[in-house]
Design a binder for this molecule. Structure first.
Ligand SMILES: *[C@@H]1O[C@H](CO)[C@@H](O)[C@H](O)[C@H]1NC(C)=O
Length: 235
């Protein structure tokens, strides 16, 4: 028994097999309305999905779980996440799918470790550049099934990002979104079959049939009180 434990430790330390050292805590479907306080401090993968959690507070995670790398909060009722949450963790993946967030949460405390952010099926209406640009390690971002009409050119300004999911958003195919047509090679962009909700005349046109030029000539209006054209490049 002793020998076995020693061997296990050695393998673990040598990091031959990541799963062997992982500590999974799984608490789905418990009717939880907040994050429990009595979670094992050495947790690495935490599953709190399918509960009734409504908010995340600093005291839920800060300086409590130094090994926490994967956090699953999908299918809850989360409307807010306090600024400054997740301090002292090493979170790489946060799954917040199917909650009620209306904006991108503040994730500054994990900006050096976070590589995957799942925000599918929330109620996000707008995104500013500053809400995402500090996530310099982020490689994959899921924003499908939200209420986005426009969004800043994150493909260009987030160097690690190489996968962006935007299906089922009421996108306005107007000049400020033209960057969606200028995606660099190797970047994976996932859109709906008919991604343009506006202008309505394009709502049954495929993305391939909508050219960069068409979008450039389209003023943005759904998201602003008065139609505005983007500045045109002078040559
Ligand atoms: C597309 O737009 C037309 C109006 O031009 C509207 O009647 C129709 O319901 C829209 N279709 C979809 C799928 O949104």
């Amino acid at each position: 028994m002793e020998i076995r434990r020693l061997l296990w430790l050695l393998v673990c330390l040598a990091n031959f097999e990541e799963r062997l050292c992982a500590k999974f805590v799984e608490l789905p479907n418990r009717w939880l309305t907040s994050v429990p306080e009595d979670i094992a401090p050495d947790v690495t993968h935490l599953y709190l999905n399918d509960n009734d959690i409504t908010r995340i507070r600093q005291s839920d995670f800060n300086d409590k779980y130094p090994d926490l790398a994967d956090l699953h909060l999908y299918y809850n009722d989360i409307t807010s996440i306090e600024s400054g949450c997740f301090k002292g963790t090493i979170i790489k993946l946060i799954n917040l799918r199917s909650n009620k967030l209306t904006s991108i949460p503040d994730l500054h405390e994990v900006s050096n470790t976070l590589t995957g952010l799942y925000l599918t099926s929330n109620e996000i209406t707008t995104i500013t550049f500053d809400e995402l640009s500090y996530l310099t390690k982020l490689t994959i971002l899921y924003l499908s099934h939200n209420h986005l009409t426009t969004l800043p050119n994150i493909a260009q300004f987030m160097p690690s990002l190489n996968e962006l999911w935007l299906k089922e958003n009421p996108l306005e195919c107007c000049c400020s979104n033209v960057w969606l047509k200028q995606i660099r090679t190797g970047f994976y962009l996932q859109l709906s079959d008919f991604p343009c909700k506006h202008p309505s005349g394009w709502n049954s046109t495929t993305w391939d049939d909508i050219t960069e030029d068409m979008i450039l000539r389209q003023p943005c209006q759904a998201s602003s009180p008065t139609p505005r054209l983007c500045a045109t490049k002078e040559s």
